[in-house]
Design a binder for this molecule. Sequence first.
Ligand code: NAI
Length: 697
Amino acid sequence: MSATYETRDGVAVVTLNNPPVNGLSYDTRRAIADGIERANADPAVKAIVLTGAGKAFSGGADIKEFGSPKAIAEPNLLSLIKLCEDSAKPTVAAVHSVTMGGGLELALGCHYRVAAPGANVALPEVKIGLIPGAGGTQRLPRVLGVETALNMIVSGEPVKSELLAGLPGQKLFDKLVEGDLVGGAVAFAKEIADKRPLPLVRNLKVSHPNPDAYFQFARNTVKAMAKNFPAPPKCVDAVQTALTMKFDDGMRAEREIFMALMLTPECKALRHAFFGERAASKIPDVPEDTPVRKITKVAVIGAGTMGGGISMNFLNAGIPVTILETKQEALDRGLATIRKNYEGQVKKGKLKADKYEQRMALLKPTLNVDDIADADLVIEAVFEEMGVKEQVFKKLDAVVKKGAILASNTSTLDVDKIAAFTKRPQDVVGMHFFSPANVMKLLEVVRGAKTAKDVLATVMDVAKKIRKTAVVSGVCDGFIGNRMIEQYSRQAGYLLDEGCTPQQVDKAIEKFGFAMGPFRMGDLAGNDIGWAIRKRRAVERPDFRYSKTADLLCEMGRFGQKTGAGWYDYKPGKRDAIRSELVEKMIEDYRKEAGIAPRKVSDDEIVQRLVYSLVNEAARILEEGIASKASDIDMVYLTGYGFPLWRGGPMCYADSQGLFNVAQAMKRFAKNPRDDAKFWQPAPLLAKLVADGKTFT
Ligand code: NAI
């Protein structure tokens, strides 16, 4: 039953019941429509209350139906809203908890609205590249005024019901009900049951004292903020029609804008990311009802760069952390960094002082391994050396209670080998955080050959609690993200060999939308990290080819920002990348020595080679089953590597370019003698998709 019907004291109560958030699915819409018709047919009923069961009034469209014929089957949302408006008996929406998107638009179609305090009220469509499509842009300005309504629509952010109810002149809520919402709504419905005419939001006047100046201002502000996103400026256009057009014409204008946005690549990319985020937490062979282990106490081993940031995630979520080090100085240093980070947040007004103290009170520093014996989850973040990991995991195996999850934050080592240091490999998993670990959204969950399903389910659940986007990766060198970035870095190096400067490469890819180009990124992360990896590669894979310029840079001691010089120069204490003549000369000398005549490389070629190198490696990762779906790879790149959100990630972007064209470009690159012909053979999966006329996503 997706909506229930009952009568209370002469008032019909129609309760949406489609967990988790009462999405307006076809069945739910039907059930609401039936309820309204039934109430109108019953002479004993004088008014109708519409409310939601459980955790929401309604979160809007049912995402399970998105894009399917059911989503628009009659009664569609517009028809349902009309039914509420046209009802001969008054309709009263009783909203609470979550009242968003189509849910709010439905409430705006009712004659009256009452609200519980604390409800999150929003029109979040802009976040998936759309504008509200069922009257939101026309009705919200009529009840909240143009400015408040536009702020809500253009940001998509929720506003608390009590705040909205307190705005002077607002007509969104007729009453705020403390305590029993449905009881209060029924009482309110009885009070207004005989009042006629029935009020309609569509009939309210909307005005602004200085509309032209205001909309000009709004347009400029939005343009500056939403450079690559087409929806926000369209929100301004749509809200303006509420002022300049009759209601029905405004509705038509809203519809037209909505439909046009739906077809834009940016909207497709944003929807892909929205669904990709939800899909990432689902693991094909781990059923959703897999029981999870209870995680109430966490231990972190190592208080270095990563250990501190990892700990903060749990402290922020109210989960106690014991942090273990080998030496007092290292422990003190780690704690001081955590304090400094929190104090920075307090100074900026992002964290209240008492919250800061509460968080620090949850942190227990120790040098004694016995103090972590009762942890439910242990995350190891010690030096990246197999010998050190071996010591640590053997110790954990001996000390930590049975049933605890033992996780490693290793970024390059084999999780199966680490698991084999214990007698409980089923409890071992990789939790690969990204630096700074308290900031970056991405968490790669590395599934070992023996990792138990309930361990995976638990870690995915924990990731949600600490607000990370968790993506499962199989065991391989570099996992998903770093394995791909290695190919991208190699291409960046070849581009230098062939005639580019670091700035040219960075600029081209930053113009494409990456937060940072490969060379600025190297300077930030430390060029010595890649150097160490390449030295290892030289031993493991003697055929591993790359531009030697990166090694020459490190031989000059230019490790990046931390040494004040890398691919760029840096002024003390500043992060601005300044062109380095020394580096350019090093590159030129290298070319001369290698007998390479430099050529002019176009920005298009730079972007294609960098992005398609990600795509080709990703196709191999998919085929090997290291990632279980293309959208997981996109989520890794969107949340961990600064790939432009409006392009939806490398796989979504490749699809948008046409995989045929992508494969053609790869074949062209394979002919470049300075490049790696073997790498550029389109991955078998890509070749197959091209042959079948299919896409990654
Ligand atoms: P770090 O050198 O900053 O910190 C390591 C800490 O572990 C040091 O404070 C050290 O005293 C401590 N330690 C060493 N042996 C220990 C033991 N037996 N018991 C307790 N503490 C011990 O290293 P960082 O950068 O934090 O890296 C830690 C791990 O995280 C490595 O496996 C690394 O590959 C991985 N990682 C690092 C990233 C980064 O950007 N730095 C990103 C993702 C993963």
